[in-house]
Design a protein around this ligand. Sequence first.
Ligand code: TYD
Ligand code: MG
Length: 457
Amino acid sequence: MAGKNTKYVCQECGYVSVKWMGRCPECGNWQSFVEEFEIKTAKSKSYSMDDEKSGSPMRLSEINMEREERIKTGIGELDRVLGSGIVRGSVVLVGGSPGIGKSTLLLQIAGTENLLKGNNILYVSGEESFRQIKMRAQRIGVSEEANLKILSENNIEVIKAQVKKEKPDILIIDSIQTVYNPEITSAPGSVSQVRECSGDLIRLSKSRGISTFLVGHITKSGNIAGPKVLEHMVDTVLYFEGERHDSYKILRAVKNRFGSTDEIGIFEMTGDGLKGVDNPSNLFMTDRKNDISGSAVFCGVEGTRPILVEMQALVSYSSFNMPRRMAVGVDYNRMIMLMAVLEKNIGLQVQSQDAYLNVVGGIQINEPASDLAIAIAIASSFRNTPVPADMSIFGEIGLGGEVRGVTHGEMRIAEAARLGFKRCLVPKSNIPKKKMRGGISCIGVDSLKDAFEAIFG
Ligand code: TYD
Ligand code: MG
C-alpha cells in the first residue's frame, strides 16, 4: 500500500523520487522506476577497521601498522591487481558479464596456497546448488581437503548468522544481486536490496576483519548493477572483461584503496579453470603477419608490466559523404584527432576515407604513448606500405605533430628486444643512455615528419 514511506527508485542508477516517473532525470533510462518501501533501519551503525577505540582521534605514530596484513590468494594475477594480496577486512567488488569466469576465479582462491596458511573460506552462492559448485570445484581441481565451506543461500540474515558461526577469513558472496533482506519488500537485485545487504556485509567484514569478495552483475551499459554508492562503499572494484569467445580475460581494478589501479591481470580460460598469463606479449603477438600494411606494433605498459600489442588500421576510400570511423580498443576521439594531425602535418588526405582501427586481442589501450603507433598504422594502410616487420613503436603525439617522450621508455624497449624486435621508433628523449640488450637499435624522432621519414623514407 502506498503510504508515507513509499518511494520510487531508479533501478539503473539509484535515483530516488517521491512519484513515479517514466524517465529517470539522472541517468535518462526509461521505465526504470520501481516502487520500494522504506524500512526503518535502526540507528546508523558505524564501523571501523580497528578494534581500537574508534571515535577518538589518534596520532600517526600511535597507529599500529601490523594490522595491514595481506593474504596472498596464490593466484598471481589476482594478487597483482589487488596490490600484492587481499587486505584483511577489505571488501572487494568483482563485476563482469555473465559467463566471464567470476565464480570460477573466486572458487579457485580456495584451491591454492590458502590451504597451507590455514585461512578459512566461506563461499556463499545464491545462484548455484551445492552439487553444481562441487562439480566446478572438481573441474578446477580444488582439493576436498581445502579449508572451504560452501553455503547455498540468499537470505542475508542466514548468511550473517553463518558467518558469525563459521568465522571465515575470506568470505565470498556470489552474487550480491541474489542476496535479499526479507524485511525489504522489493525484489532481490533491486537498488534497496543491494544497498542494504551490501551495507550489512561490509559492516560485518570490517568489524570482524573478514576479507570479503562480492560478485556483482553488470547492466546492459556495462556498469555494476545496483546503486552507484555500492562502488563507493567497497574498498576495491575489479572488473573482469573480455570477449565471450576469446579464451583470455582481463581483470582490471577501477578503484583500489590498497593498491594501484593501473595493474591488470590476464587470465586464460582453460578446460580446468583460469590460468594466469605470465607472458602477455606473446599472447597478443602470435599470428602476426609481417608484410601487411596497416599494422604497427606498440610497446605499451599496463601498470608495472610492459605489453606489446599490435595496432591494425584499415583506411579505404569512402563512398559516403560522411566517411565512417571506428575504433576498437582505443579512444575514438583520440583516433579522430590523430587523423586530423596526419592531415594537417603530413598532408595525408584522409578526410575522405573510411577508417577502422583495431587493437588485436581485445585489450583496451588508454595510454597516450600509443599515439605514434596508431598514426603509423593509419598511414601505413593509407599508403599501402607495410611497417618494417622488425620495428616496434611508442610515443605521444601533440596537436602540432611533435612527438613527446613518455614514461617507462627503457622498459618498453627492453620488452621489444626480448620479443626479438631489432628496431624501436621512440621519442628522442626516450633514447636510452646505456646500450640495450638484445641488439635492439633505437631511432629517436621528435616530430611526426621524422617518424615518417624513418619508416616510409
Ligand atoms: P563462471 O565462472 O560460471 O562465470 P560467471 O560466474 O562470471 O558467470 O564461468 C563460466 C564459463 O567458463 C562457462 O561458460 C564455462 C567456462 N569454464 C571453462 O571453460 N573451464 C572451466 O574450468 C570452468 C570452471 C568454466
Ligand atoms: Mg557465476
